[in-house]
Write a protein that binds this ligand. Structure first.
Ligand SMILES: [Zn+2]
Length: 325
């Protein structure tokens, strides 16, 4: 990674804990020197043990601190995993368990906060003190950097994916209906493609995708390869992405929006329509213009790397966790 190296001196472990996957990295002076993948057992009372095991896999005597990002609500700074629709367990005191087991400073945060911190420090948001991250995958995650710091609210800020978007809309993984991520994420693209294929069973897209289960990647690949229908479906998701981005800009007026995650890497086929719709819908849009809406630079390890970087700041005394229990 590039960036301000002096800010990154040290050795830390970073973990990204998702619904099914666990990524562990060791960061040495800003470089990822080891990377291990394992699976989240998906059992509530094994969650802490799984994280301890993942940390152990990349641990060395030089490690000064541990940072963990979890896909869900995390109480900050206590580092208690409160709840998440994809991660089994509630009220798991991960930070306390890690500090007790390893005897090292540890912090536990939302996974998108880690990714935002990394993109802000050394990625696409470098040099911008007011940045929003929007991650597009099975849902929409997010985080806000405001005046150079992560904006946390009471702890849980940045859950853009669950903004109320449609009255009586599609059911969301969170249990509610009509959340933004039900229309502007990977599964939304798959749903649109399924509906189209069902109504047009003899069309080119049906022929290409077949009747078997297909993924959002299959649809974006079809779009990349010039399938006009697939391009139209990606553009439709992009338009709903743009509507939500417009709302975020109206509220927070960021200097830049960084779009990450698997669907974010689709690039212009998605972001072009998003920009057009956001520009058209934005309050005073023709007088103020849009902030840049760009693709994230750091790839799938950004969450783990950002958690490790925050842990580095914590170990060096640059990040003080107020009210630590
Ligand atoms: Zn939701």
């Amino acid at each position: 990674m590039r960036g301000e190296k002096e800010h990154l001196i040290g050795t830390t472990v970073g973990i990204d804990l998702g619904g099914t996957k666990l990524l562990a990295i060791r960061l040495e002076d800003g470089e990822i020197v080891e990377e291990r993948r394992s699976s989240n057992p998906g059992v509530a009372d094994q969650l802490a043990a799984a994280v301890v095991e993942a940390v152990t896999e990349v641990m060395t005597a030089e490690v000064e601190a541990i940072g963990v990002g979890v896909a869900g609500l995390v109480q900050w700074p206590e580092g208690i995993f409160v709840w998440g629709p994809h991660v089994a367990g509630t009220a798991v005191p991960l930070r306390a368990e890690l500090e007790a087991f390893f005897g090292l400073p540890a912090l536990v945060d939302n996974d998108a906060n880690g990714a935002a911190w990394a993109e802000h420090a050394v990625g696409a948001g470098r040099g911008y003190d007011n940045m929003l991250l929007v991650t597009l995958g099975t849902g929409i995650g997010g985080a806000a950097i405001v005046d150079g710091r992560l904006y946390r609210g009471r702890s849980f800020a940045g859950e853009w994916g669950h903004m109320m978007f449609e009255r009586n809309g599609h059911r969301c993984d969170c249990g509610k209906r009509g959340c933004w991520e039900t229309v502007a994420s990977g599964p939304a693209l798959v749903r649109l493609a399924r509906e189209f294929v069902f109504q047009n069973p003899d069309g080119a897209l049906a022929h290409r995708l077949g009747e078997a289960r297909f993924t959002g990647e299959d649809v974006t690949r079809a779009a990349d390869e010039g399938d006009e229908t697939a391009r139209g479906l990606v553009a439709q998701v992009g338009a709903d992405l743009g509507r939500g981005l417009c709302n975020l800009i109206a509220v927070l007026d960021p200097e830049i929006i960084v779009v990450g995650g698997g669907l974010g890497s689709v690039g212009e086929a998605l972001l072009g329509p998003a920009r057009r719709v956001a520009a058209d819908a934005l309050h005073g849009g023709s007088h103020r213009g849009l902030p840049p809406i760009v693709v994230a630079e750091l790839g799938p390890a950004a969450g783990a790397a950002g958690a490790a970087m925050m842990a580095q700041d914590y170990a060096a005394g640059r990040l003080v966790l107020d009210g630590v229990v």
